[in-house]
Design a binder for this molecule. Structure first.
Ligand code: ZN
Length: 352
């Protein structure tokens, strides 16, 4: 910090705060790279902001450590490379804004101490993974980790049971983890500008979800479960969706592997004769194979490991609550047991 800047701050803003016993202090846009030492006297502060400066990790310590009563801190737009360790000694911290810094990794020990945090804003950093310790933040309602380098989200995200809003846009995510299905309060997911190749069907278990943005990904079609969701906003533009251009199928009946044929036959027999259930339960390999069985939407027959990937097209406004519904057709994934069923013509499913 420049000597002049230090003097101005020590004798200006900080001293005024000391006299008035204010609980809120802003050092935004003050061009500092270190916190003024006099800040250590403001132990009664509950809200502190020093965004839009050049603060480094070294420039925070040991001054920040004195502010143990902080509930909210905003250090956005600085040059921090990690979560400040002194957060571990701020038990009342609820709002943390560290957007637009240079953070690469999240220290697990620090994360484990952030159990009271409600808002964590880490947008615009260099983070390539969320450590499992993220599970400690069970009061978190808003997690912002957009515009980072995430390739995946950990299953431990399922422990964020209070989460309402998730910002993971502009990363490199290839899928959303199944654990997301545990988040019953989750209302808004922003996952645009990633590398999602499909939408996890379990997202339909997020029963509070109303806003889903998965635009600018690599999705070709959506799971059937999309129709069960009560979305008010669904943004899916700029995905390579399968277009509605029907062409006649020239495929004939396929030859199925023997294992598939046996499993399908077994499944049908079991449906009609439950006495065989006991035998199947004693054969783990058969039991596991049959547990994965799906049902053909044309003939209602079973399939296990071999099926025909198809789509049906439905109007977007049938999926999204009308308020701001887009128009157009959305391809939904359908699985059929065979070309015979696809070619039967008694349906509006299309092979892909
Ligand atoms: Zn069929």
């Amino acid at each position: 910090m420049a000597a002049n800047g230090s003097t101005v701050l020590d004798h200006g803003v900080v001293l005024r705060a000391l006299r008035s016993k204010t609980t809120t202090l802003s050092l935004d846009n003050t061009k500092i790279d270190a916190l003024p030492p006099s800040l250590t006297k403001l132990t009664f502060l509950t809200k502190f902001s020093a965004k839009n400066n050049s603060l480094t990790d070294h420039g925070l310590s040991p001054t920040l450590k004195s502010l143990t009563k902080l509930c909210a801190i905003n250090l956005g737009c600085n040059k921090l490379s990690c979560l400040p360790v002194c957060f571990m000694e701020m038990p009342e911290l609820q709002n943390i804004h560290l957007f637009s810094n240079e953070i690469e990794q999240l220290d697990e020990d620090v994360l484990e101490c952030l159990t009271e945090v409600i808002v964590l804003n880490l947008n615009g950093n260099l983070i390539d993974h969320l450590p499992p310790a993220i599970a400690s933040l069970n009061n978190l309602t808003t997690l912002g980790i957009a515009s980072n380098r995430l390739k995946f989200l950990p299953q431990e995200i399922s422990h964020l049971s209070s989460l309402v809003e998730l910002h993971v846009e502009d990363n490199q995510l290839q899928h959303l983890p199944s654990g997301i299905s545990q988040l019953k309060k989750l209302t808004r997911i922003y996952a645009q500008k990633n590398k999602l190749q499909s939408l996890n069907p379990l997202i339909s278990c997020c029963t509070s979800l109303r806003v889903l943005d998965i635009s600018s990904n690599q999705i070709q079609f959506f799971p059937q479960e999309l129709g069960e969701m009560k979305l008010r906003e669904f943004h899916y533009e700029l995905n390579p969706l399968i277009p509605f251009i029907p062409i006649p199928s020239s495929a004939t009946e396929e030859v199925l592997p023997l294992k598939e044929l046996i499993c399908r036959r077994l499944f049908t027999i079991l449906e009609n004769d439950s006495r065989l259930e006991v035998i199947v339960q004693s054969l783990p390999e058969v039991r596991d194979a049959l547990a994965q069985a799906g049902k053909c939407l044309v003939c209602d027959g079973p399939f296990v490991n071999s099926w025909l990937e198809c789509v049906k097209f439905i109007q977007a406004k049938k999926i999204i609550l009308p308020l701001r519904s887009p128009s157009g057709l959305i391809p939904i994934r359908i699985m059929l047991c065979s070309y015979k069923c696809l070619n039967s013509g008694d349906h509006d499913y299309y092979g892909i």
